[in-house]
Design a protein around this ligand. Structure first.
Ligand SMILES: Nc1ncnc2c1ncn2[C@@H]1O[C@H](COP(=O)(O)OP(=O)(O)O)[C@@H](O)[C@H]1O
Ligand SMILES: [Mg+2]
Length: 300
């Protein structure tokens, strides 16, 4: 239950800062032709400028002395979606939860190695600031039991003592919903209870809630595993739309999804980072036998 009890970080807005007006959502990577959607995979997608946001150096996590992540070194960059793949229990969630220090909430967890955000050791950052910059979305959508509007507004607070009014907050709320490809579906009823939305809408709401505090890094832990194919496509589309602005790590069991959304792929097995590379390297020319077996569906 710690997910629900962890309040999202607060974004401070000054009254004179104008939110960008919400633009209509555009389909970026998936272009519709004759009613069919063709997707540019990580093999053919245009390159955008990539900038390192996070890096782990020899990161190890153990629970009660039992290792779950063994010395993983990875770079996480804006402009390159990183897919984390591997069978259940191999440490993917643990790795993600370590990046914004959520794993430290588990009393038995211990950590070795380094986690850097923008070149700074995360241990030196204030925890709320780290969690604002590094947002996380879980497998099961977890909206708060309140309206759509209030879910998004929750993390947004005006600087100073006055509480921002609904009117001040509205453009920020709409901008976040738009970036999460949800605005069109909900804009006429922002007072609707979030828990009455469909699963796919709830998950996009959770993404919008993260986006509202303007993170640099977004961690998505199997965000589509509880969703139908249409909702899954909506989430994949928004990952591709956000890739040029935010560093995204997505854990997925779905090999097709990894190829559709990722630029780089990291394969983990029993806590080890077995292989990491471009989509083409990992799926078409894996160097390690364990990677070859996994991506060809021989195990997992
Ligand atoms: N809170 C915890 N306490 C103890 N062991 C845990 C905890 N969370 C995960 N583990 C163990 O750590 C290993 C990695 O789990 P996890 O990171 O959830 O893997 P994945 O996300 O790849 O399925 C597993 O052996 C799992 O049983
Ligand atoms: Mg997991």
């Amino acid at each position: 239950m710690e997910k629900l009890n962890t309040p999202p970080p607060v974004r401070r807005i000054s009254p004179d800062k104008k939110s960008k007006p919400a633009k209509p959502s555009s389909t970026t990577a998936a272009s519709k032709r004759n009613g069919k959607v063709s997707v540019k995979t990580g093999r053919s997608r245009p390159k955008v400028e990539s900038i390192e946001r996070m890096r782990t150096v020899d990161l190890g996590i153990a629970y009660g002395g039992k290792s779950a992540v063994n010395g993983v070194s990875l770079q996480i960059k804006k402009g390159e979606v990183l897919a984390l793949i591997g069978p259940s229990g191999c440490g993917k969630t643990t790795y993600l939860r370590s990046l914004n220090l959520l794993v430290e909430q588990t009393p038995t967890a211990t950590r070795t190695g380094k986690i850097m955000l923008d070149g700074e050791d995360v241990d030196k950052l204030e925890l709320t600031e780290l969690r604002r910059k590094v947002g996380m979305v879980f497998q099961q959508p977890n909206p708060f039991p309140m309206s759509i509007f209030d879910n998004i507004a929750y993390g947004i607070r005006e600087r100073g003592s006055r509480k921002p009014t609904r009117r001040v907050l509205k453009p920020f709320v709409e901008e976040a919903l738009d970036r999460a490809n949800l605005l069109e579906e909900v804009k006429d009823n922002l007072s609707h209870p979030a828990l009455r939305l469909s699963g796919g809408q709830q998950q996009r709401l959770c993404i919008a809630r993260s986006l509202a505090v303007e993170p640099e890094v977004l961690l998505l832990d199997e965000p589509c595993s509880a969703l139908d194919p249409r909702s899954t496509a909506a989430i994949e589309d928004l990952v591709l739309k956000l890739r040029s602005e935010i560093a995204i790590v997505i854990v997925t069991h779905n090999m097709q999804q990894a190829q559709r959304v990722a630029d780089r792929v990291a394969f983990m097995y029993l806590g080890d980072l077995v292989e990491e590379g471009t989509v083409t390297q990992v799926f078409d020319k894996p160097q390690q036998k364990r990677t070859r077996d996994y991506v060809s569906g021989d195990f997992g």
